[in-house]
Ligand binder design. Structure first.
Ligand SMILES: NC(=O)c1ccc[n+]([C@@H]2O[C@H](COP(=O)([O-])OP(=O)(O)OC[C@H]3O[C@@H](n4cnc5c(N)ncnc54)[C@H](OP(=O)(O)O)[C@@H]3O)[C@@H](O)[C@H]2O)c1
Length: 221
């Protein structure tokens, strides 16, 4: 059965998954890039940028495993881009250039309909206006037995957590304090939602926390 997995989701010590005021210049919000400093030196990230170098330690191994067995993705509209409100036109095609590294169907949650967007290398962005359950059903169908990766951002992860639909959540906790932005934990009672810490691993630049939904915790309908 397909799992819904969050992988390599970076947060600050104080729980922020993005800084405030996202823009073209600051895709992760102001100071949000600091959350990803554990990832940038890895071989995985360097490969995504078209380079054949990078570190191969603990952080890299965990980042690489996050791509194993993934058949489809779900993203929130703000992770897809900084455009808000009705799409002014179809010129925005994501942050990732002509050939995004998803290489799979990607279901983007939005309130604003838009036709599917086919990119080079197998990525197709589908814009889903019917909510998180429909996005998950479509992603599971597209994944064809493999897992679905929930890429973020914060609001999207929080919705799926509240619905108890995430099976596994890997957080890369970066040693920074942001103080403002999009907070993952604000008002979340994770034990009551059925989550427990399965493991933690110290990487070179981040502490990796592996949460999972307890077997007795059924998804909320
Ligand atoms: N720390 C990390 O590892 C990580 C990973 C990914 C992203 N990020 C960052 O997180 C930030 C984005 O997070 P975010 O919390 O601002 O936003 P988000 O979760 O990416 O997207 C939220 C938006 O998606 C649409 N949406 C979400 N749920 C919906 C639903 N149920 N039905 C219909 N539309 C829905 C809405 O857009 P509309 O109403 O406008 O359509 C909503 O405003 C960015 O800065 C991104 O770079 C961080």
């Amino acid at each position: 059965m397909s799992k819904l997995r969050v992988q390599s989701f970076a947060i600050s010590i104080d729980g922020y998954g993005a800084g405030p005021d996202q823009s073209l210049q600051n895709p992760l919000g102001v100071r949000g890039g600091e959350l990803m400093e554990w990832f940038f030196p890895t071989r995985m990230w360097r490969k995504m940028q078209g380079h054949d170098d990078g570190e191969t330690g603990v952080d890299n191994g965990i980042a690489e495993r996050g791509f194993d067995g993934i058949g489809a993705w779900i993203l929130g509209r703000n992770m897809f881009g900084p455009v808000r409100g009705p799409w002014p036109d179809e010129s925005w095609k994501g942050w990732w250039g002509d050939e995004p590294s998803y290489h799979a169907p990607v279901f983007v949650l939005t309130h604003h309909a838009r036709p599917p967007l086919k990119m080079a290398g197998g990525t197709v962005f589908h814009f889903v206006t019917e909510g998180i359950h429909v996005a998950l059903e479509r992603a599971i169908d597209a994944a064809d037995g493999r897992d679905v990766r929930l890429g973020g951002g914060v609001s999207t992860v929080r919705q799926y957590l509240r619905a108890r639909l995430i099976d596994e959540l890997h957080l890369a906790v970066s040693p920074v304090l942001l103080g403002s932005g999009e907070n993952l934990w604000n008002g979340m009672d994770m034990p009551s939602l059925g989550y427990e810490c399965a493991d933690h691993v110290f990487g070179e630049r981040a502490t990796h926390i592996f949460l999972r939904r307890r077997l007795d915790a059924a998804p909320a309908v």
